[in-house]
Design a protein around this ligand. Structure first.
Ligand code: SF4
Length: 451
């Protein structure tokens, strides 16, 4: 998983020019497909694109012949298994100005707050003002009004930590977790406590989802509690879908309020999902078993190359230990599992490390498994923001939900291997699959739900 700066990334225009000259008799779309496949082969094999181009066997010149040759080389294991690939391949389009600056870990100290007028006098805003006296505070009529008629690009997304919007949430207090199309839903609810994340995970879907110039955080948490009381319904819910549940806890200080609210509803479980070790406020109060603090986990070499600025594996596991000592239960999400040469050794070691550190499985509420999935739109954003990543070099194809995934048999093998390593350590800890179809649930005999 070493990052590798391939010269082709800065040379895509020359590749396209060459393809245009050599295959002048093909239409634009066909030329684009050839460029895309040569780009991916050169990057994956760490060779020059002219090497790939020259190795395409000489005539016949038919497009189907050229494409088949390139597909066999781009997807060697599919070719070996006789799997037919029938999808089209999009243009390569990389703008160097979209690249993320990964050289300096950003401090999560907001420089600039935009505050909706309707929350100006709330205790939360007063507490933020006291805490960040050097920040600029600007009152705005509403977020919607402030961004009206503005368009945002990847450059704005890259600068999102410069502006924080403190808003009044009026409608979207709780919603069903946004599962993939045709996935088997696990019945989870999302408490919509903000949008935007300070970390830079290469695979993060927020890059393609958030259309905002900054981080949005609601000031009216009491309204969330009031809505929950009125729903009169026990739920499994959490706040970590559109943001990291704890990354901004030192700004909003919501975790103690959430714990004290949900301890009154022991039949509901609230999950803080994080890749941080920002647990100081949580561990400053007595925990309760229906509050789950959970971490996504990956081998450290993947954290180093694909989860930039997050807490290290050791920091996450130490934070989990402290949360257990404080009286909470913990959970872990092996998600996304990435398949690369040697993944089996690394993930088995990871599972062993978790059980060695955490000990009794009774402290673990659940484990979840999910493999890498990336929508075609997200793939293009990743190529622009993280041009050197090797994450997309593996053999991924359009899956049941239109996202690029490992093929069914590879995913089944991964899930069955992960489950067998987990079961060596604990017979009982609940394990479920995230964002998979019913066929995969049958293949693995793993649950889609914990209820
Ligand atoms: S921690 Fe989660 S929300 Fe934040 S960048 Fe990573 S994947 Fe996205």
């Amino acid at each position: 998983m070493m990052e590798y700066q391939h010269p082709i990334i800065n040379n895509i225009d020359s590749l396209k020019t060459l393809i245009g000259k050599k295959y002048y008799y093909l239409g634009k779309n066909k030329q684009q497909e050839i460029s895309r496949l040569i780009f991916e082969i050169a990057k994956r094999e760490k060779v020059g694109f002219s090497d790939v181009l020259e190795q395409i066997p000489p005539p016949p010149h038919r497009f189907s012949f050229i494409k088949n040759y390139l597909l066999e080389r781009r997807y060697p294991s599919f070719h070996q298994k006789g799997l037919k690939i029938s999808q089209a391949f999009c243009d390569v389009d990389i703008n160097p100005s979209f690249k993320v600056d990964l050289t300096t870990k950003p401090l999560i100290v907001p420089k600039q707050f935009f505050i909706e007028k309707s929350v100006l006098s709330t205790d939360t805003v007063q507490q933020i003002r006291d805490k960040f006296p050097d920040s600029t505070f600007t009152a705005i009529e509403s977020y919607r009004d402030h961004v009206k008629n503005k368009e945002f690009s990847i450059i704005d997304y890259n600068k999102r930590l410069e502006s924080f919007y403190i808003i009044r949430e009026k409608f979207d207090f709780y919603k069903h977790c946004p599962c993939s199309n045709d996935s088997a839903s696990c019945g989870y609810y999302v408490m919509n406590l903000g949008s935007g994340c300070p970390y830079e995970c290469v695979y993060c879907f927020l890059q393609n989802y958030v259309n905002s110039p900054g981080i949005m955080l609601p000031a009216n948490i009491e309204d969330f509690f009031a809505v929950f009381r009125n729903l009169k319904k026990d739920m499994r819910l959490g706040s970590g879908e559109f943001t990291d549940s704890l990354a901004f806890d030192h700004i909003m200080e919501y975790s103690p309020k959430i714990v004290n609210f949900f301890r009154q509803y022991p039949k509901s479980t609230f999950e803080f999902k994080t890749k941080s070790n920002n647990i100081q406020l949580l561990t400053s109060l007595q925990g309760t078993k229906n509050i789950i603090i959970s971490w996504s986990l990956n081998p450290q070499k993947l954290i180093d190359t694909a989860e930039f600025f997050t807490a290290s594996l050791d920091e996450r596991l130490e934070a989990a230990q402290k949360c257990i000592e404080a009286g909470y239960r913990v959970a872990f999400h092996f998600d996304p599992i990435v398949c690369y040469r040697g993944w089996e050794t690394d993930y088995e070691l990871l599972i062993n490390a978790v059980f060695d550190k955490i000990g009794e499985a009774e402290n673990m509420a659940w484990l979840s498994l999910g493999t890498l999935r990336v929508s075609p739109q997200l793939k293009k954003i990743i190529e622009n923001r993280f041009p050197e990543t090797t994450l997309l070099d593996e053999e991924l194809l359009t899956g049941f939900d239109g996202k690029l995934r490992y093929p069914t048999e590879v995913r089944s093998f991964i899930y069955n291997s992960m489950t067998s390593w987990i079961r060596k350590k604990s017979k009982n800890v609940p394990v479920y699959l995230c964002m998979e179809d019913m066929k995969m649930h049958r293949n693995t005999q793993l649950s889609q739900t914990l209820q």
